[in-house]
Design a protein around this ligand. Structure first.
Ligand code: ASP
Length: 362
């Protein structure tokens, strides 16, 4: 026997009143609905197939239609920035996205906050870039989905709903960019994708969640680390920064090749607390001598690497002249350290200054 299939959006529209009630988002709790702006960029939340990489199937209007109860929490406006899998994001898109959000916030003083829908694969990088560059106190909440819109038990509509609830919450102000996934609010700085498929893929391994979007209210546990944002006014493009992995038997070939390709910075996914494979050392020293800024991170997934000074005494003697050295990533993971280094290099090439910037962001 075949069953008639009901498109997901139609199903949700039919369930809308009970969905709103079930999520505790009735208008009674919210006398005047704040304004929230949604910027859609693509990803699984806007796709219909896990395996085919079919991003770009669902436009922002259809995304909104699939969550009619959004209307009960905010007056929503929306914009399609792009409709791509997050692996297709580029640094140039980061610049455009950040500037667009800043312009929207400036032009609309009544806006409570912004929600960005994004593929989950590189969501943490985009979210951190926005955290470091959008100077407005109003929140930017980045969300997405682990399951495609035509899947079973999908998470996209709930994530979008909760992201809007966080974005309109006055207590979200001053907390920078955040990731809302699976009811949890994570600081963009701290969040990482730690599972390829599960709806609870996002974690903040060192510092934990900022809060949760509970059914009846948004609950805040702590404040995130905040440091002055980077001004993009004179930034035409972001410098090339690459990531190098350390492992048993790694040599300097990748480092030399990346420097030859024009990298102005390197972030090392080091062993343990920021260690290098022995055969990588000479190539890293050569890179530093050529003016490449090298940040040491860790491939472990949690814990920190000492931030340090960005310089050391030649040969280790106390009175020897200083020479440039590596900078530690602190507890930023490697992909976050890369984002911060790209922005730091828009200001300075001096490892001592870069070390100061990394210390500020711990
Ligand atoms: N491949 C998708 C993306 O990052 C995965 C997702 O959104 O979950 O665009």
């Amino acid at each position: 026997m075949t069953r008639p299939s009901l498109p997901f959006a139609a199903l949700l529209a039919a369930l809308a009143p009970s969905l709103g009630a079930a999520q505790g988002t009735t208008t009674a709790a919210t006398p005047a609905r704040p304004e929230v702006h949604i910027v859609a960029t693509g990803g699984t939340i806007a796709s219909t197939n896990y395996y085919g990489g079919e991003s770009g199937k669902i436009g922002v209007e259809a995304l909104l239609k699939a969550v009619p109860a959004l209307d009960t929490v905010a007056r929503v406006s929306a914009q399609q920035f792009s409709n791509v899998g997050s692996g297709a994001f580029t640094p140039a898109m980061w610049l455009a996205l950040s500037r667009g959000i800043a312009d929207t916030l400036r032009a609309r003083p009544a806006l409570a906050g912004v929600v960005v829908t994004h593929g989950t694969d590189t969501m943490e990088e985009t979210a951190y870039f926005l955290d470091l560059t959008v100077a407005d106190a109003r929140p930017v909440v980045v969300t997405g989905a682990m399951r495609p819109a035509d899947g079973v038990g999908i998470d996209g509509p709930a994530n979008l709903m909760h992201a809007a609830r966080v974005a309109r919450d006055p207590a979200a102000r001053g907390r920078g960019a955040m990731i809302l996934m699976n009811d949890e609010i994570l600081a963009a700085r701290d969040a990482t994708k730690a599972n390829t498929v599960r709806p609870d893929a996002f974690v903040a391994p060192v510092r934990g969640a900022l809060g949760v979007a509970d059914p009846e209210r948004v609950v805040w546990h702590r404040l995130p680390v905040r440091a002055p944002t980077f001004d993009l006014a004179n930034v035409r493009e972001l410098p090339r920064v690459d990531v190098v992995y350390s492992y048993v038997g790694a040599d300097g070939a990748a480092v030399d090749a990346l420097v030859a390709a024009g990298a102005r910075g390197l972030v090392v996914a080091g062993v343990g607390r920021g260690g290098l494979a022995s055969a990588q050392r000479d190539a890293i020293s050569r890179a530093i001598a050529q003016g490449v800024v090298v940040v040491m991170g860790s491939r472990t997934g949690a814990g920190s690497v000492p931030v340090g000074q960005g310089v050391r005494r030649r040969g280790g003697a106390a009175d020897a002249p200083e020479e440039p050295s590596t900078v530690g990533a602190g507890d930023l993971n490697v992909q976050k350290a890369r984002v911060l280094l790209m922005l730091a290099l828009t200001r300075t090439n001096d490892p001592r200054q870069v070390a100061r910037i990394f210390a500020e962001h711990q």
